[in-house]
Design a protein around this ligand. Sequence first.
Ligand code: ADP
Length: 689
Amino acid sequence: GKGNWKGFDERDLLLTYNALKVLEARYLLKDPNTLRYIETPQMMFRRVAKHLANVERQYGRSESEVKQLEEKFYKIMSELKFLPNTPTLMNSGTRLGILSACFVIPVRDSMITPNGEGIYDALRAMAVVHQQGGGTGFDFSELRPKGDIVASTAGVASGPVSFMRIFDVSTDVVKQGGKRRGANMGVMHVWHPDIEEFIKSKTGQLKDTQLQNFNISVGVYDYFMQAVERGDVVPLINPRKTKIADWDYYMSKARGYMNEEWIQEVILSELEEKGGTVDLAESKIITIDEALVIAEKENAITQWVNARNLFDEIVKGAWDSGDPGLLFIDTINRRHPVWYLGKINATNPCGEEPLLPWESCNLGSINLEKFVVDGKIDWDGLAETIRYAVRLLDNVIDANRYPLKQIEEATKKTRKVGLGVMGLARMLIKLGIPYDSVDAVYLSYQLAKFIYYHAFKESIEIAKEKGSFPAYDAKLYKDIWESAKDFYEILEIMGIKDKPSDYVKKLTSIVDKLDFDKLKEDRIKYGLRNATVVSVAPTGTISIIAGTSSSIEPLFALAFIRNVAVGKFMEIDPLFLDYLRKYELDNPEVVKKIAETGMIGDNPFMPKSMRKVFRTAHEVSPEYHLLHQAAWQQWNDSGTSKTINLRSEEPPETVERVYMLAWKLGIKGVTVYRDKSKSQQVIYFGIKK
Ligand code: ADP
């Protein structure tokens, strides 16, 4: 008699075994004294929906409107069409108040500073954020290099990497609400004198021992990548000797984040406010060479190094251990819609959120698999889910309890949210499109465009009701679609001659009718609620809850062992099992055999059509990994997190090619992971290691 059982809901039947395991281990609330569960999965979705709908009361919505919205929020979550990021699921309506996953914390070159931005201020901020389940990113480039002087103690500085080790240990010690350990992104820009030590800080003998709670990335610039291509030298700069803000300012101007017109507008409006006069000489765009002359004068250049050698070190490290990745600082800033608020130097741990100092961002992802209906895409259903998802994410900003006032201020100024996706691989399988095909990349491109359009549109709608984000400037705001690369340009960069088929063009033709000019008009007329609206996150855990493939990644393996905090799971992909059944291949001997490698790519006993559609992460070439990332990045005002998976036998040259192409494709950040390159990895292929 399930009907009589209070709290039971058939929607629980949508949850897979693994979803239930993860939920019970970490998400469902327990009584702190008896440790008994006090909620079911449906009660969890209800708790989140209620908490986030309640925000609308602040905006004068009636009781019934709030209730209606709660139902909508509940529906999209419980149907597993959309899930917010982990902290929102865990903490909504509880004592712990952090609902966002992503934070960037500044680190200035001082132990502590009056405004709380010194090294130990950052450490404290990190601990508070980790305790409640957030992930943190830092740019350590402002710290003076190892061996540099410390005036106050007449000593020598120990350098950024040694300070990073303290952050790492603290991360080990602070367990998040007792549920998971923190994660960090450590960034160092390529001009820092300690860059070589940084590049090697997680490779070779150190790869399984040092900075284990960090992903590390080198912040590179166009001038650096060009120098690599030409084999030129580049300067290393001591940040203590030049005012870093000035160096950044000159360099930013030199590289054209701020074109002359914009600078003039900014200066003009500033002066207008102050009632001053205009000195356009101030707004001159200087070249990199001119910037270097200034650095030279300040005696800030410590050394000239060969860019090619530095790049080789980066490549070697990444090939050996997956670290460092690259962040393309110029691309990030050039495509930052609110560029006029300052320069972005770092991202959150997985790279999907390039953020200004102290900003936080909350994420949520749409389960694409749910929108395949009878071999077609349910575009209307998708658009509707996007609308409620954006509203839910915007409400998270108001429902959030911020651990520090700087975080609250920065976050509320821009109100960034990040709507992403999961289940792309499974959507493709359901449509019969191989992941490594031009059609699949075309579908990615069109989906990204559709999602961006509707998310942006909803943000305008919310602005009509509730106002724009406070730092919104109708004139300065940069519409990122104006710099999106065309689909065919992406193919050209990769040297691919194939074209998308009529089938996939027809499948996505609705996207070609979207009117972005009108969207811009509306933005200017009505404003915009969120400085950014989308972001492609890894969906490491929420994709398990949704029972789908993670983010925009291909299937990892058709059968594999998953190691998570709560134990080991043997998994067989259910879609794959369906196919096996269809071909009457679902006997235990066959399945066991497949599970040994996790793939069927060169299994001559498998039907050819199946072998094409069920290509896994290591069978897909690095080029196709990059193509998907590039497609999603074009229609994304934040970042696109993606792992370029490589087979263990790939040579370092592959990493080099991937890193270069990523830059050319307009990707904001890139990471590779070569199979078996670390002793600890979350997922192993098949049964045999
Ligand atoms: P989820 O599926 O749990 O919502 P994702 O795998 O999509 O999370 O990761 C999104 C972001 O959440 C990461 O980029 C990072 O900022 C944060 N995050 C993920 N895992 C952790 C962790 N163990 N500790 C702290 N932050 C994390």
